[in-house]
Design a binder for this molecule. Structure first.
Ligand SMILES: C[S@@+](CC[C@H](N)C(=O)[O-])C[C@H]1O[C@@H](n2cnc3c(N)ncnc32)[C@H](O)[C@@H]1O
Length: 461
């Protein structure tokens, strides 16, 4: 439907007509305009200073009436006056009670007009199979796959929940008269993902006009966004920040976000980016671990680990890995028990005490073998990092095929390089930490005991 609307023109408006929409709906512009920045047109529209501005000496640059903000609260309010929206929300149950779940429900209000100004972002969910292949070995590849799967599931939820509502069946799902397709769901997801901002007190929101601001990190960020005491949205120039007429008013989409997340959610990397910053790598429990099925059953943590930069060094964190590195000899046990309603459940025990796996790290930290568990974790992480390096190196394409667009190609090349550098850095960091742990008394004692008893090299994995 969206593609058709764009092609036929009924779901498209040129950005230079945005001021008319904005004035009509009470948006205040103070010293700024919206449009493409000369020389940077490929970044779409942005907020531009119309006159010389200095933070602290100017009014809020944009004031957005609270009724125009797409927040969970406002959607519930719209639904009170809109039977169709209410029917859909009720049919969707919990899913309809999120900002995300209700974003594409069409009701005639100012926002159905605003959507016409939004560009179609080339996020990786829209890259071709061949373009997505370029991401092999990067952390973005599984993220995009998982996203496409969850979008499919969401779309099915939306369809099954609403196909018995007469007007939905007719206008959305009917083979002849229905217009909604999975591609539409992908497109609204991309709009939401690339434009939603988190507002203190209001949660994730889409805020018309403020969402036209492009991103710049660090000192480059020109403005901040917030809500006033009445709930209206504000774009404010940072205190002391000077922007000359014609200059860009940027905000930050989150300086802490890594390269993978930036491409995933916004489809670009800042020119000055020099590091992948944050990476999440999956981790499996080895097949030869006899407790593997029980561990998978009880674990509530994401199966992997995060590596991230902190100042000039690399750190890692994982709630999952601790369950992977301990076994029965250490004191881990599982028992099956029956619940009140007759169901069977597996309960984990650590040294005879019931174990809440979320707290496992705390228990291990108090254990005299803590250094040994840490060493095992590091060995495992290092192996996983090494495999990732090999996959990245083994899947590098040298030449851009004609069918691959320049944007995805450039981003994939950049991401591969940044992630490779970060992985190599991580590998070396883990090597140093491993060597220093080997010196620890607990490890020395364990190694001594192990070599005496079994007279063979200890396998920490
Ligand atoms: C919240 S929207 C900003 C407004 C958008 N440019 C438009 O035309 O509607 C976010 C999108 O703007 C673009 N963008 C924002 N900051 C950028 C930057 N520093 N470099 C390149 N593209 C940027 C990306 O396409 C991103 O997905």
């Amino acid at each position: 439907m969206i593609r058709r609307g764009r092609t036929e023109g009924w779901l498209k408006q040129p950005i230079d007509t945005l001021p008319t929409w904005a004035t009509f709906h009470g948006v205040a512009f103070n010293g700024v305009k919206i449009g493409p920045l000369p020389g940077f047109e490929e970044r779409g529209s942005t907020v531009i200073a119309d006159t010389d501005l200095e933070g602290g000496k100017v009014e809020p640059l944009l004031v957005i009436p609270k009724e125009l903000i797409i927040s969970r609260q406002n959607i519930e309010m719209f639904a009170r006056a809109d039977r169709h929206l209410r029917e859909v929300l009720e049919a969707l149950g919990d899913f309809g009670r999120t900002t995300r779940g209700t974003k594409d429900v069409g009701v005639l209000n100012p926002l159905t007009e605003y959507i016409k100004f939004l560009p179609d972002e080339l996020l990786p969910t829209f890259w071709s199979e061949e373009e997505q292949e370029l991401l092999s070995g990067t952390t973005l590849r599984p993220a995009v796959r998982a996203k496409l799967n969850s979008l499919l599931r969401e779309f099915e939820t939306l369809r099954t929940a609403t196909e018995s509502i007469g007007w939905c069946a007719r206008y959305w799902w009917d083979e002849d008269t229905g217009m909604v397709t999975f591609e539409d769901w992908m497109r609204v997801d991309a709009m939401y993902r690339s434009r939603a901002l988190e507002f203190p007190g209001a949660g994730d929101c889409m805020m018309p006009c403020v969402d036209m601001a492009n991103h710049a990190s660090g000192e480059g960020t020109a403005a901040i966004y917030e809500t006033d005491s009445d709930g209206n949205g504000l774009l404010l120039l940072r205190e002391g920040k000077k922007i000359a007429a014609g200059g860009e008013i940027t905000i930050t989409y989150g300086d802490e976000k890594g390269a993978c997340e930036n491409i995933f959610s916004y489809g670009f990397l800042e020119d000055a980016v020099t590091s992948a910053k944050v990476m999440f790598l999956d981790l499996d429990i080895p097949d030869d671990d006899p407790l593997r099925p029980a561990k998978i059953f009880v674990s509530t943590a994401a199966p992997g680990f995060r590596i991230f930069e902190k100042k000039d060094h690399i750190e890692w964190e994982s709630d999952f890995i601790w369950l992977v590195v301990i076994n029965e000899e250490d004191g881990l046990d599982f028992r099956v028990r029956q619940t009140i309603d007759g169901k069977r459940e597996i309960q984990a025990f650590w040294k005879e005490q019931e174990l809440d796996t979320v707290k496992l790290r705390e228990h291990l930290q108090e254990d005299q073998a803590w250094d040994i568990y840490r060493l095992r974790a590091m060995v495992l992480l290092q192996q996983r990092v090494e495999t990732q390096i090999e996959t990245l190196q083994g899947t590098q394409s040298e030449l851009r095929e004609a069918s691959i667009r320049e944007g995805p190609w450039k981003l994939a090349v950049q991401l591969r390089q940044l992630e490779l550098e970060m992985l190599e850095h991580t590998f070396n960091t883990l090597e140093r930490q491993k060597l220093s742990l080997l010196e620890s008394e607990a490890v020395q004692r364990y190694l001594g005991m192990a070599t005496n008893e079994v007279d063979e090299e200890v396998d920490f994995s």
